[in-house]
Design a protein. Structure first.
Length: 237
């Protein structure tokens, strides 16, 4: 597990942000779908040792990073052991430390930076039965477009993909590329979840033409897109 090293000023900032997050969380109303409740109940069985934890991916949109943090904070005793992939740049240091604060493992890297390090972290955590979580549209977007890596890795390791969609109202949208969402006090947060089996994807072999491979990959990515759209009641601007 990557350990984030902070200087004394960053550690103070971390504790202040964490305390503010706990205070904000106490005002939030969090609702979950029936499928999500079933997922969390299974996680409780994993924690109690009734069943053995199975590796899987959990994907969410990049602008839901803060919302996912509040979900971790709220359900931290009910989630299975998880590893979250966070960008390796300096901007990700504090957020990584916050995730570690709530008990998450951290994988630093992305397709754009330190990709080999990220793949090693994913491999290690999947092999040890962890839930690997990351933003489906990557660290730089385009927004709401799945990166193909999840399809490849799901089929390679024969593990399912859990898709999570979160809405918060009222909320603040930051002027970042992804329009990062922060819930306002007393906001209602709705969490929805579905699972896509690795058997849903039929990628072509390397011996087939590049055009066929590209078309098949696009079809596989579209499967994820359709499942995520089913979780969404309304389209965002």
């Amino acid at each position: 597990m990557d350990v984030v090293k902070l200087n004394w000023l960053q550690r103070i900032a971390l504790e202040l942000i964490y305390s503010m997050a706990v205070l904000l969380l106490s005002t939030l109303r969090i609702e979950v779908s029936e499928k999500t409740l079933a997922f969390l109940e299974e996680a409780q069985a994993l924690e109690s040792g009734q069943v053995k934890q199975k590796s899987a991916f959990l994907l969410f949109w990049h602008n839901r990073l803060l919302l996912m943090f509040f979900i971790f904070l709220h359900f931290k005793k009910r989630f299975p052991e998880s590893a979250v992939m966070v960008s390796a740049n300096k901007d990700g240091d504090l957020f990584s430390a916050l995730l570690q604060r709530v008990g998450c493992r951290i994988i630093r890297g992305s397709a754009n930076k330190k990709s080999l390090q990220a793949l090693k972290g994913i491999h290690k955590n999947l092999k040890s039965g962890k839930l690997v979580m990351y933003a489906a549209d990557g660290p730089t977007g385009p927004l709401y477009q799945f990166k193909p890596g999840a399809v490849f890795l799901s089929q390679k390791y024969q593990v399912p993909i859990h898709l999570v969609h979160i809405e918060a109202a009222p909320s603040i949208r930051f002027s970042t590329w992804d329009r990062l969402i922060l819930p306002m006090p007393f906001a209602k947060i709705v969490l929805k979840h579905t699972t896509v089996s690795s058997k849903s994807f039929s990628l072509t072999s390397s011996s087939e033409s590049a055009l066929q491979s590209k078309e098949t990959l696009q079809e596989s990515v579209e499967i994820l897109t359709q499942h995520m759209q089913k979780l969404t009641d309304t389209r965002e601007d």
